[in-house]
Design a protein around this ligand. Structure first.
Ligand code: ATP
Ligand code: MG
Length: 322
């Protein structure tokens, strides 16, 4: 999905924000980027959607060179990547509906599709009732849900979230995490830069730790700090499941729900890759059934919540995209 080969980024002022970074992020991964302030996390994310270009090295997104692509191809790249920021970045004079619709207008989606798709995603993030409000009339958590709706509306392969819970209280942060996990459970790759130690420690997902622009740690089920391989956390879990890897039972021990192994059977793995599908002018953005992804910190997605099951070919008419 995303490959970086010997990527370095030196800003014009001489700061070496990334130094010789090589890493692969697979389809369906949920990756936390951690590290001290200035470590290079935001730079890492910006290189993926070509907000910045590396000084040296190569970056591939879905097999295509991000560094060498023509400017005319950049909108197509960005359509595959939904971005969520700490400060939401909503347009203040647009309604909730129009903020989300705007992301589809940019990719020239037909109005008919916009009218059908936006209510779907607002429903998914639990904001169907707030479509006509403006951002200033929403709580921080609600604003972040709008920004997530905007990020997913074009059905991207990857969501990049740069400290998405940084401005939120712990409970609201947890709701946002549940939403991101639900989206990941449907097959979307998620890369999240964060300083939220408790979230990283609870979820035990892949952790890539940066320090001084270098990857200093990359663990499949890491914690926030180095030296903690998760063994103590796993040992403390009740032994009620036959294997964490296949059952995704973390949700039973922590307060985060966890779609667990759903990610491995998500929709993107079955569609044959976007390289063979539509160009930037088309949208196919009607993909998701109108299942609710309304965040709930307490539900167990393994316990029969159909809304969290991955899309499949029978209930997902827009999936083909071409
Ligand atoms: N546009 C820029 N021009 C010059 N230097 C920059 C620029 N953006 C970032 N830097 C520098 O690059 C380094 C990495 O910054 P980056 O924003 O990637 O760190 P970060 O890990 O995201 O930090 P934080 O946790 O504070 O968000 C820092 O030294 C920063 O000052
Ligand atoms: Mg940052």
């Amino acid at each position: 999905m995303i490959q970086m080969y010997n990527v370095s980024k030196c800003y014009p002022n001489g700061v070496n924000a990334l130094v010789d970074v090589s890493v692969t992020i697979e389809k369906g991964n949920f990756v936390f980027l951690v590290g001290p302030s200035g470590a290079g996390k935001s730079t890492f994310t910006k290189l993926i959607f070509r907000e910045e270009l590396p000084t040296s090295g190569q970056i591939l997104f879905d097999g295509k060179s991000v560094t060498r692509m023509k400017d005319s191809e950049v909108p197509y790249l960005r359509r595959q990547i939904g971005v969520v920021f700490q400060d939401f970045r909503l347009l203040p004079h647009k309604t909730v509906f129009d903020n989300v619709a705007f992301a589809m207008e940019i990719v020239e989606a037909p109005r008919r599709k916009i009218r059908a798709r936006v209510p779907q995603v607002l429903d998914m993030v639990g904001l169907a009732e707030k479509a006509k409000l403006h951002p200033h009339q929403l709580s921080g958590g609600e604003q972040q849900r709008v920004s997530i709706a905007r990020a997913i509306v074009n059905d991207p392969l990857v969501i990049i979230a740069d400290e998405p819970t940084g401005n939120l209280d712990p409970e609201t942060a947890q709701e946002i995490m549940n939403l991101l996990l639900s989206i990941n459970g449907r097959g979307t790759t998620i890369i999240m830069a964060t300083h939220a130690r408790d979230i990283v420690d609870n979820l035990r997902r892949r952790v890539i730790a940066l320090d001084g622009g270098q990857i200093v740690r990359d663990e499949a089920r890491g914690g926030y700090e180095a030296g903690d391989d998760g063994a103590a956390f796993l040992a403390a879990l009740p032994k009620v499941q036959s294997g964490l890897g296949s059952s995704g039972s973390f949700g039973t021990s922590g307060s985060f729900s966890n779609p667990g192994s759903l990610g491995t059977m998500g929709r993107h793995g079955t569609t044959g890759g976007l390289g063979t599908t539509s160009g930037p002018g088309t949208t196919g953005g009607i993909g998701h059934p109108a299942g609710s992804l309304t965040p709930s910190p307490y539900r167990d997605p393994q316990g029969g919540d159909s809304a969290l099951k991955p899309n499949n070919s029978t209930d997902d008419p827009g999936r083909g995209m071409a």
